[in-house]
Design a protein around this ligand. Structure first.
Ligand SMILES: Nc1ncnc2c1ncn2[C@@H]1O[C@H](COP(=O)(O)OP(=O)(O)OP(=O)(O)O)[C@@H](O)[C@H]1O
Ligand SMILES: [Mg+2]
Length: 455
C-alpha cells in the first residue's frame, strides 16, 4: 500500500480510536460522579430526617409524622417515605388512609433494615432505597426512603450528546490536522521518489525545486539526495572524460595502424610512378591507387574529427527533402542501385552541418550494406512536434549479436571502417534531444527528432 494512503488511514484510525476511547472513559466517569453525588445527597437527607422524626415517633404522634412525611415528599426526587416500628410494622407511609398500617412488607431490603443498627442502602436501576434507624438511645423506629435516579438518565443522555458533538469536532479537527501532517510528509517523499527514479535512470540534470518540509529527516534526505546527484554528475563527467581518453588512445593506435597501409601504398606507388611514367595506362592505374589510399586516410581523419569535435548546435531552418536529395545525389548513378528519396518535405530547426553528417553516415552504411546492388529508401513522417526519419536498405541487416554494440565508438565489422560513424550519429541525435533505433528485415534505422530545439 502506498505511504500516501497508509499514513492518512493510520492517522484517522488513531484519531478515532483516541476520541472514542476518551469519550467512553469520560462518559463512564460522569455517570459515576452523578450517581455518587445522588447517593451522598440521599444519605444526608435521610440522616437529617431521622433526627427530626425522633419525637413524633417516640410519642407516636401520627399527625406530626404524616406532616413530616409530606414535607419530605415535597422534594421531587423522594418517591416513597415510610416510618416503621423496629420490628418492621408500618407506622405511616404518608397516605391519608394509611392502609398499610401495621403491615410488615415482605421485602429483602426491609427485612435486613429491621436487623440493622445503621444506615442501609440498595441501588436499583433508577432508584436508591435507603433506611436508617430512628434512635433515642435505643432503636424506636425505622425511616425508609426511595430516592429517584430517573432524571439521571436524561442528564446522561444530554451529556452524551454534548460529548458526542465535542468529540466529533475534535475528531474532525484531528483528522484534518493529521491529513495535513501526513501530506506534508508524503508529498516531499513522493517528490524524492520521482527524483530518485530519474537519478536511477541516469538523469543527473534533476531539477531541485524540492519542497521544504517541516520534518528535519526529510530535509536531510533531500539534502543528501541533492549532494549525491551533484557527486554522481561529477563522477559521470569524470568517467566520460576517462572513457574519452581511453577511446582516444585506442583510436590513435587504430589510426596509426590503418593509416600505415594506405601510406605504404602511396610510398610504394611513388617509386612505381617513376618506372611507369612512359606507360600512360599503367601510370593512370597507379595514380588511381594513390588516390584511393589518400581517400581512405582522409575518411579516417574526417570521422575522427567529427567524433571528437564537441561544438554547440547552430540552429537553422532545414528543408529535409532538399538535404536528402543532395546527399543521395552523391551516390553512384548505376542500374544496380535503386534509390527512393523522401516523397514529402518537412521543415525542422536543427544544426544543418551535424544533420548532414548524421544522414550521410547512415546513407553510407546502407550503401555499404547492400554492396552497391539493392535499394535505399528514405521516409519522413510527422507527429505533433516530432519527426520520424527512416533509412531503409535491402542489405543483409545487422547481425543480432552486434546490434547492442554498433553505436559504441570503434565498433566496426569493416576492413576500412573507423567504427565511429554510428557513434557520431548517436552523439548528434542526443545533442538534438532525439532518439535512434534499429531493426532488421528489412534493415531500418529510425531517427526521431523534435521539430524545434528548445533554447
Ligand atoms: N545499414 C547497415 N546494415 C548492416 N550493418 C550495419 C549497417 N549500418 C551499420 N552497420 C554495422 O554497424 C557497424 C558500425 O557502423 P559505423 O557506421 O559506426 O562504423 P563503420 O561503418 O564500420 O565505419 P565508418 O563509418 O567509419 O565507415 C558497421 O561496421 C556494421 O557492422
Ligand atoms: Mg559507417
Amino acid at each position: 500500500m502506498k505511504l500516501s494512503v497508509k499514513l492518512p488511514l493510520l492517522i484517522i484510525f488513531l484519531v478515532l480510536f483516541f476520541t472514542i476511547g476518551y469519550q467512553s472513559i469520560f462518559y463512564i466517569q460522569i455517570q459515576q460522579n452523578i450517581v455518587d453525588s445522588r447517593i451522598s445527597e440521599a444519605k444526608s437527607i435521610i440522616q437529617l430526617s431521622s433526627d427530626e422524626f425522633r419525637n413524633s415517633v417516640y410519642f407516636l404522634n401520627y399527625e406530626t409524622i404524616n406532616l413530616q412525611i409530606e414535607n419530605l415528599k415535597r422534594n421531587p426526587l423522594i418517591e416513597n417515605v415510610m416510618i416503621m416500628h423496629p420490628d418492621g410494622r408500618i407506622i405511616s407511609d404518608g397516605t391519608i388512609s394509611n392502609e398499610n398500617f401495621d403491615v410488615i412488607l415482605n421485602d429483602d431490603f426491609i427485612l435486613s433494615s429491621i436487623n440493622s443498627d445503621k444506615l442501609n442502602l440498595r441501588l436499583d436501576d433508577d432508584i436508591i432505597h435507603l433506611s436508617t434507624p430512628i434512635k433515642i438511645i435505643d432503636k424506636i423506629g425505622i425511616l425508609y426512603i426511595d430516592y429517584s435516579l430517573s432524571d439521571v438518565n436524561q442528564i446522561l443522555e444530554n451529556t452524551f450528546f454534548v460529548i458526542l458533538v465535542f468529540s466529533s469536532i475534535l475528531g474532525m479537527v484531528g483528522i484534518v490536522v493529521g491529513i495535513s501532517i501526513s501530506t506534508s510528509i508524503t508529498k516531499p517523499i513522493t517528490k524524492i521518489k520521482i527524483l530518485s527514479n530519474k537519478i536511477a535512470q541516469g538523469n543527473f540534470e534533476t531539477n531541485f525545486d524540492l519542497e521544504k518540509s517541516s520534518t528535519t529527516e526529510i530535509n536531510d534526505l533531500q539534502k543528501s539526495l541533492q549532494e549525491m546527484t551533484v557527486n554522481m554528475k561529477k563522477y559521470q563527467s569524470d568517467i566520460i572524460k576517462a572513457e574519452r581518453f581511453s577511446a582516444i588512445g585506442e583510436l590513435s593506435a587504430r589510426i596509426a595502424h590503418d593509416i600505415r597501409n594506405p601510406l605504404s601504398v602511396i610510398s610504394n606507388s611513388i617509386f612505381v610512378l617513376e618506372r611507369v611514367k612512359n606507360d600512360p595506362e599503367k601510370f593512370k592505374k597507379v595514380v588511381e591507387r594513390m588516390n584511393r589510399a589518400e581517400q581512405r586516410i582522409t575518411h579516417q581523419i574526417d570521422e575522427v574529427m567529427d567524433f571528437l569535435r564537441n561544438t554547440n548546435l547552430q540552429i537553422e531552418e532545414i528543408h529535409l527533402k532538399n538535404m536528402f536529395d543532395l546527399l543521395l545525389s552523391e551516390l553512384p548513378d548505376t542500374d544496380e542501385l535503386k534509390i527512393n528519396p523522401p516523397k514529402n518535405d518537412v521543415v525542422i530547426f536543427a544544426d544543418k552541418t551535424k544533420l548532414n553528417a548524421l544522414f550521410s553516415n547512415l546513407i553510407m552504411n546502407a550503401f555499404q550494406a547492400i554492396q552497391k546492388d539493392g535499394t535505399i529508401t528514405i521516409m519522413i513522417l510527422e507527429s505533433n512536434d516530432k519527426i520520424h526519419i527512416s533509412v531503409e536498405d535491402s542489405g543483409p541487416g545487422v547481425p543480432e549479436e552486434d546490434i547492442e554494440n554498433i553505436f559504441e565508438p570503434l565498433f566496426t565489422t569493416k576492413q576500412e571502417g573507423t567504427g565511429l560513424g554510428l557513434a557520431s550519429c548517436k552523439k548528434i541525435i542526443e545533442q538534438h534531444k532525439g532518439t535512434i533505433s534499429v531493426k532488421n528485415n528489412p534493415t531500418i534505422f529510425t531517427i526521431t527528432l523534435p521539430k524545434n530545439q528548445e533554447t
